[in-house]
Design a protein around this ligand. Structure first.
Ligand SMILES: Nc1ncnc2c1ncn2[C@@H]1O[C@H](COP(=O)(O)OP(=O)(O)O)[C@@H](O)[C@H]1O
Ligand SMILES: [Mg+2]
Length: 394
């Protein structure tokens, strides 16, 4: 269809519904934002004299990432205004496969864009980061989003080293503060007691959004993304009810809004209707987030497909590692990929832990310990379809 004859879309700016969009204001998180801001007040009132560590915890879609990013933007704006040197850098550890090296490289590059990629170890990079901060005379707030991926991949030492690097520089200006974001405090239990106690002093807990709060969030986003009147009030209520039932998940609400808009366009409708929302809900499993699935490597996707295939053809509720591995080999053949060895397979499988769709737990059996894999929140067929779609899109 040509551009000219295409009927009007319900959208005016779809980008506002994108995963990476930072909303201009955070609704119903004023208290949390104020708290976070006050914890970093010293950057302006006593610059270079101290550092801070803060943990933000809360369920999926409770606004953790948005809170941190909003804080970061505000911090940089205030730093410019007051002519204080301060930077905020946000890194998603899961996206970087939990690698401390990549996290540090990202941070160094944010401060020094031309910095070369290779030839360093992570401990050298950590020194480099401090050097770069010294050279620029900066204070840095480094936000480690989805930090559990980092702790999973690198062990507790990674966080420990990050917190210690500042303490070891007894004299001189203080430069490196941390914000850690996680769904729960569990990953931190692997830290030793002193590291834990310094980290846990400041925990900001994000509660689930209520239905009226979700309605406000959806409405404000719809106003930016859609033509006026394209999203009637009852649609906003409908979407926020569905998202409230999904654990107060604002991400799900916004995804639903976007998909419903897509269905409205497909039907050449001038406004979003309840049927479009139902369609959107039927194809959007909250546990199976594009966001998370898109971050998987090809072989991780193949393992996920193997899990889906296993459950599609099985009446069992749980699969053993061996069963999934066999299914993985078949899937690899189908996709013309050479299957990787057991150790590597195991690593792929454990990276899928971050997904809400599948659960992996250790089970003691007569022959030792084994992993039990289950699929609780997504029908196997739906998972298969989504993963195939992503694999085939390349
Ligand atoms: N209080 C809020 N006001 C406006 N938008 C919000 C709010 N909380 C979350 N959102 C939006 O909802 C989505 C999910 O929030 P996000 O911060 O990614 O959640 P989390 O990191 O806790 O999973 C994002 O698009 C975010 O912009
Ligand atoms: Mg997040």
């Amino acid at each position: 269809m040509s551009q000219v004859s295409r009927p009007r879309s319900v959208f005016i700016d779809e980008g506002v519904l994108d995963l990476n969009y930072v909303p201009p204001s955070l609704l119903h998180r004023e208290g949390e934002l104020r708290l976070l801001t006050s914890l970093f007040r010293f950057i302006f009132t006593a610059p270079y004299e101290m550092t801070q560590r803060v943990i933000i915890v809360g369920g999926v879609g409770t606004g953790k990432t948005a809170l941190a990013q909003r804080f970061g933007l505000n911090l940089m704006a205030e730093a410019r205004r007051r002519r204080v040197r301060a930077r905020y850098v946000h890194v998603n550890c899961r996206e970087l496969r939990g690698s401390l090296f990549r996290v540090l490289l990202r941070a160094v590059k944010a401060l020094k864009p031309g910095f070369p990629d290779r030839g360093y170890s992570s401990s050298e990079l950590l020194d480099t980061l401090m050097q770069v901060l010294d050279e620029a005379d900066e204070q840095l707030v480094l936000c480690l989003d989805e930090v559990d991926a980092l702790i999973d991949a690198e062990g507790a030492d990674a966080i420990y080293n990050l917190t210690r690097v500042q303490e070891e520089r007894m004299e001189g200006p203080r430069r490196l503060s941390l914000i850690c974001i996680s769904k729960s405090l569990d990953p931190f239990r692997r830290l030793d007691r002193s590291a834990l106690s310094t980290l846990q002093r400041n925990v900001i807990r994000m509660s689930e959004y209520t239905q009226p709060q979700l309605a406000d969030i959806v409405r404000s986003r719809a106003e930016l993304a859609f033509r006026a009147d394209a999203v009637p009030p009852e649609i906003i209520d409908f979407i926020s009810e569905l998202a409230a039932a999904e654990g107060g998940d604002a991400r799900y609400a916004i995804d639903l809004l976007w998909r419903a808009g897509k269905y409205a366009d497909l039907a050449y409708a001038r406004e979003v209707q309840p049927e479009h929302v139902r369609r959107a809900a039927a194809t959007l499993f909250p546990a199976l987030r594009e966001e998370a699935v898109r971050q998987l490597s090809r072989h991780e996707l193949l393992v996920l497909l193997a899990v889906a295939r296993f459950f599609k053809h099985s009446r069992e509720a749980h699969a053993s590692t061996g069963e999934v591995e066999r299914s993985y080999r078949v899937v690899c053949e189908e996709y013309g990929e050479e299957s990787r060895g057991h150790t590597q397979f195991w690593k792929y499988l454990s990276r899928l832990r971050g997904l809400d769709a599948i659960s992996i737990r250790l089970q003691a059996t007569a022959r030792g310990r084994t992993q039990l894999i289950s699929l609780s929140k997504v029908p196997a067929e739906e998972l298969e379809r989504e993963v195939k779609r992503i694999l085939e899109r390349g």
